[in-house]
Design a protein around this ligand. Structure first.
Ligand SMILES: [Zn+2]
Ligand SMILES: [Zn+2]
Length: 95
């Protein structure tokens, strides 16, 4: 399944807006990685803001949590669901 994003239309880094060296990141990763792929809970990030520096989302808990909150909000709207639905699917609430 091709990964897509319900948050972004264009493949630009969510943090710095560059179009160079774009990676696709599953926002709810680990055991929820596959569900992120199915639901389009992916974001585009440059390598630096993904996992190629300490500023990347995989090493920066503040950025990680902030993107999870944004994605939960977008998911609720996009699929017209409730927070309980979100918890049922992804195991917890980030809001
Ligand atoms: Zn970036
Ligand atoms: Zn990632």
């Amino acid at each position: 399944m091709d990964r897509f994003s319900i948050l972004q239309d264009e493949k630009r880094c969510l943090v710095c807006d560059t179009t160079q060296n774009i990676h696709t990141h599953e926002v709810f990763y680990g055991r929820n990685r596959q569900k992120s792929i199915e639901d389009g809970c992916c974001v585009y990030l440059c390598g630096r803001h993904h996992n190629q520096s300490k500023y990347g989302i995989h090493f920066n808990q503040e950025l990680n949590l902030s993107v999870k909150k944004t994605m939960e909000t977008v998911w609720l709207k996009h699929y017209r669901k409730t927070i309980d639905d979100f918890i049922e699917r992804f195991g917890r609430n980030y809001l």
